[in-house]
Write a protein that binds this ligand. Structure first.
Ligand SMILES: Nc1ncnc2c1ncn2[C@@H]1O[C@H](COP(=O)(O)OP(=O)(O)OP(=O)(O)O)[C@@H](O)[C@H]1O
Length: 274
């Protein structure tokens, strides 16, 4: 984080803009992470710890780097040769860029759900079973159990159990998003990355996704990118506010929304600046 972009008054308080995370058990430890698309910086020297079994929200104005940061966590930028990166990301103490890191296994452990639901063109059952089959599970009874467990975990089972072999595309948008979450959960990830998972959904479906996010943290760590500050306040335990690729403030969500340390955070969360 560069202090140069802070006002003099804020710089005085700069050292306290990131809460003390030393006592929390970490899922991700991100250290001095910088990333550029060609030569255009998108993330500048970010250092933050993502706590385990919590919901952490990344908020900030459009283009501040939220999705870029999220995609860094399961190396989704690997195939983009315009991207250059510096710094280190550790998952449960393991460097995700280490030579011996199995990227397919990393992406199983760190699942991702995008803004627009993207079920595969196949049945509800086959969507959920897809990744599990790829892992070599073949026995029908075992697959049936995993499919039911994943749909239960995604709070979709009761709505679809009568017709698991219907096309996934017959579901509503909100159901499709929960199906995609079930598909991701079926391979037992440690982390779920959610990039604006409810922004394409109606208010009722959004509330269901928010309930689901809260209920899942007993099973895994969740990281949520959202434009919706009420949503961040409702569902997350910790919130990181980014601006122009920098981490501006990072704290327990209650603290960040009720008693932000920096004026820039306050201006953003109160809607005074976009
Ligand atoms: N694939 C890409 N190629 C080039 N530049 C990119 C690419 N993806 C993002 N950027 C740029 O990187 C910066 C950060 O973008 P990013 O999508 O991470 O921001 P964001 O905070 O998630 O934005 P939004 O809230 O609008 O989704 C922006 O300037 C964006 O234009």
């Amino acid at each position: 984080m560069s202090a140069a972009s802070f006002s003099a008054a804020e710089s005085k308080r700069f050292s306290s803009a990131v809460a003390d995370f030393s006592a929390v058990s970490s899922c991700f430890d991100i250290e001095d992470l910088s990333l550029a698309y060609d030569d255009k910086p998108a993330l500048c020297d970010l250092t933050l710890r993502v706590p385990r079994h919590c919901v952490t929200a990344f908020i900030g104005p459009s283009g501040c780097g939220k999705s870029t940061l999220l995609r860094s966590l399961n190396r989704l930028h690997d195939l983009n040769d315009q991207v250059s990166r510096n710094g280190r990301i550790q998952l449960e103490g393991q460097d995700i860029h280490a030579r011996d890191m199995d990227v397919a296994e990393l992406r199983r452990r760190v699942g991702m759900v995008f803004q627009t639901p993207n079920p595969f063109p196949m049945s509800i059952y086959e969507n959920v079973a897809y990744g599990v089959r790829l892992q070599g599970v073949k026995r029908k009874r075992e697959l049936d159990e995993i499919v039911e467990w994943a749909l239960q975990s995604a709070a979709l089972w009761e709505e679809v159990k009568a017709d698991l072999h219907a096309s996934a595309w017959t579901l509503s948008g909100g159901q499709q998003q929960r199906l995609v979450i079930a598909r991701t959960l079926a391979v037992r990830p440690d982390v779920l990355l959610l990039d604006e998972p409810a922004s394409a959904l109606d208010p009722i479906s959004t509330l269901k996704i928010e309930e689901l996010i809260r209920s899942l943290k007993s099973q895994l760590t969740l990281i949520l990118v959202t434009h919706n500050m009420q949503q961040a306040a409702r569902v997350s335990d910790y919130t990181a506010f980014l601006h122009a690729g920098e981490l501006i403030e990072y704290a327990p969500t209650d603290t960040l929304f009720t008693n932000p340390r920096l004026r820039r955070t306050e201006d953003y969360i109160t809607g005074r600046v976009g």
